[in-house]
Design a protein. Structure first.
Length: 260
């Protein structure tokens, strides 16, 4: 009778991994994840990996009185980092804190390359600079937690808050820019996606408005910019009114799954 081999748990580490035979000490917080989430203990094997592409098999030698794990590196392993050709950059109009927390986690899980919170005309709230700094710190922690949860070793780059017009002006116009808004002249997402797959740009910049969409003033500016540059597309997600998080998750997941 054949027995299925037990899967070895994988742990994400933000630091250098020693060569085989070396010892690695984890912080109490990281050790807590090892024990409470992965449910590993002294003598157990696991794989540890970092964003530099180093991955190794280790054994847990023990825990200090403060709960810090001591790991011994047994051997190097082939890295499982996925190198994605298409880089997806998201520019999301700011929403209430809870929704943005969710988007940060899901964006990291999906494999978004960078995330920029945008202040647009219809944002329900425009936080002060002090609040912005605190939010960015909070979101960075969410991203780091999602790295461990998802196993996606490449941490998403979190950018500072930016004005909508200013942000669009700074994007490289040789890249593909997609503004999601239900204009009568907008191209349906399904149709646009099929065309895009045939000639996919390596850098895609996705602009999502707040609930209620971008303002008339903002879209007039987008259309003027589009007339001068053919790399800007205005895309519609259909006649239904979608929640901010629904639009983001649907589009981002579809693009990540269908593009190389």
């Amino acid at each position: 009778m054949m027995h299925r081999s037990k899967r070895i748990s994988r742990f994400i580490y933000h630091g250098e991994i020693p060569n085989p035979g070396g010892i690695l000490k984890l912080s109490a917080v990281e050790s807590g994840h090892l024990r409470k989430v992965l449910r590993l203990d002294v003598g157990n094997l696991c794989r540890i990996a970092n964003a530099q592409g180093v991955e190794a098999e280790v054994t847990i030698e023990g825990f200090s009185p403060l709960g810090e794990a001591c790991l011994k590196v047994l051997k190097n392993c082939e890295s499982k980092i996925a190198h994605l050709k298409t880089q997806i950059h998201v520019y999301q109009s700011f929403a209430l804190k809870g929704k943005m927390d969710l988007l940060m986690e899901k964006a990291q899980e999906i494999g978004i390359s960078s995330f920029t919170p945008v202040l647009s005309d219809h944002c329900a709230l425009k936080p002060s600079r002090d609040v912005q700094k605190k939010l960015l710190e909070r979101w960075q922690k969410k991203i780091e937690q999602a790295v461990k949860q998802s196993g996606n070793l490449t941490a998403m780059a979190l950018k500072k808050f930016s004005d909508f017009k200013e942000t669009l002006e700074t994007v490289d116009l040789t890249h593909k820019i997609i503004v999601f808004h239900p204009l009568p002249t907008a191209k349906p997402f399904r149709e646009w996606m099929w065309e895009y797959q045939e000639d996919a740009a390596m850098q895609a910049h996705l602009f999502f408005g707040p609930e209620g969409g971008f303002s008339k003033r903002e879209m007039e500016w987008v259309e003027r910019t589009k007339a001068e540059n053919k790399t800007i597309d205005i895309v519609s997600l259909g006649s239904n009114i979608l929640r901010l998080e629904t639009a983001f998750l649907g589009v981002s997941t579809a693009m990540r799954l269908l593009l190389p």
